[in-house]
Design a protein around this ligand. Structure first.
Ligand code: ADP
Length: 346
């Protein structure tokens, strides 16, 4: 590229339009948070965007070094995503470790990421607190690997939950630095949700969020059977109810209403909201209703997942096709990257 082009920040090659990229770690069964924060958006985007969705198996090594369960967990996540509506014919749906170019881009980006900013990342600090015995460099550079995943396809839209906002901000910083130093190869990626706001699905215990690897009892997994779903919902924290009309809601009650808003009908939500406002609410009944609505929503996805898991040949085909499509896109980007960086000696 010419110096003039570089100074004017012109893209080295025209930015592709509306490329979407996101991933889910195979660290356990997917849950309601993954669905409403991420997968629902994947499904909504796959018709109108160029989509790359990935099972982030390499990311899971930062916290789950034992790989003996990985094969089954990767297949489960693939089956669960498809059961939720992801269509591997429309999107490129692949496994992170099958696209080796990611490792190369991660290496280059590591030279543009600074120890101080990585140490300040909230998710890093949380992980250090939870597992002080395993503070590895991969954990520290998790946002760098995540940036490599995203920009490997020169993606601009990243459908993720609210917990990923800071990582996306870091991704933009790394992109700006790369573009400034070597020439404009990458568009700046942004967290994306179809509705206005990014979503955080709360845990049933009134604190934190639903999560694959923590809070097993306050998280609703798509693999849970109907009775377990009911049991978990019925155990959600409540109190004896408001005593003054139109009282402000405690967080844990607001969470139950939020969960209801995801799966129950408007009439049901309206009824309980008005019961709350006039102090006649019976939380036992509300939770029973929520439990049944959850079962209605989750059971068909569990059934479909089990059917897909019984068809190993199909899951392997999905992985192979996805790796080919994602690999083609990755190779094109890396060509641009090496040229921009001057790593083209002959
Ligand atoms: P987990 O935190 O359960 O291990 P991942 O880190 O694999 O999940 O995240 C996969 C996707 O699911 C990300 O886009 C993340 O933002 C989203 N996600 C995870 N938990 C929640 C939640 N409780 N609410 C909304 N989105 C979530």
């Amino acid at each position: 590229m010419s110096e003039n082009q570089k100074e004017a920040n012109l893209p080295i090659a025209p930015f592709p339009k509306n490329v979407v990229m996101s991933g889910i770690r195979p660290t356990g069964m997917i849950h309601l948070g993954n669905y409403f924060g991420a997968i629902r958006n994947y499904v909504r985007m796959q018709d109108n965007f160029e989509c790359y969705f990935m099972v982030a198996d390499l990311h899971s090594l930062t916290t789950h070094p034992d790989t003996s369960l990985l094969k089954n967990q990767v297949k489960r996540v693939i089956a669960e995503n498809i059961a939720c509506g992801l269509d591997p014919e429309k999107a490129s749906f692949y496994c992170q470790s099958h696209v080796r170019e990611t490792g190369e881009l991660y290496l280059y980006l590591n030279m543009l990421a600074y120890k101080g900013e990585l140490e300040k990342t909230v998710t890093f600090k949380d992980k250090v607190r939870q597992h002080p015995e395993n503070v590895n460099a991969g954990l520290l550079t998790y946002p760098v690997l995540q940036t490599a995943d995203i920009i490997l396809h020169r993606a601009s839209h990243v459908p993720v939950g609210k917990d990923q906002e800071q990582h996306l901000e870091m991704a933009r910083n790394f992109v700006v630095r790369f573009n400034h130093r070597y020439g404009t190869v990458f568009p700046e990626p942004h967290a994306f949700n179809f509705d206005q706001e990014l979503i955080k699905v709360p845990g049933l215990d009134g604190t934190g969020k639903m999560s694959k690897s923590e809070n097993a009892y306050s998280t609703l997994y798509f693999g849970d059977d109907n009775d377990l779903i009911r049991k978990k919902v019925m155990k959600a924290k409540t109190d004896s109810g408001p005593t003054e009309p139109n009282s402000p809601m405690p967080d844990y009650i607001e969470n139950i209403f939020q969960l209801m808003s995801l799966v129950s009908s408007d009439d049901v939500i309206k009824k309980y909201k008005s019961d709350y406002d006039n102090c006649s609410i019976r939380y036992g009944d509300m939770k029973k209703q929520l439990a049944e609505d959850m079962v209605q929503f989750m059971a068909p996805i569990r059934q479909k997942t089990n059917d897909l898991l019984a068809n190993d040949e199909y899951l392997v085909k999905v992985m192979k096709d996805g790796a080919e499509k994602a690999g083609n896109s990755a190779r094109k980007t890396m060509e641009l990257v090496r040229n921009a960086m001057g790593l083209n000696y002959f």
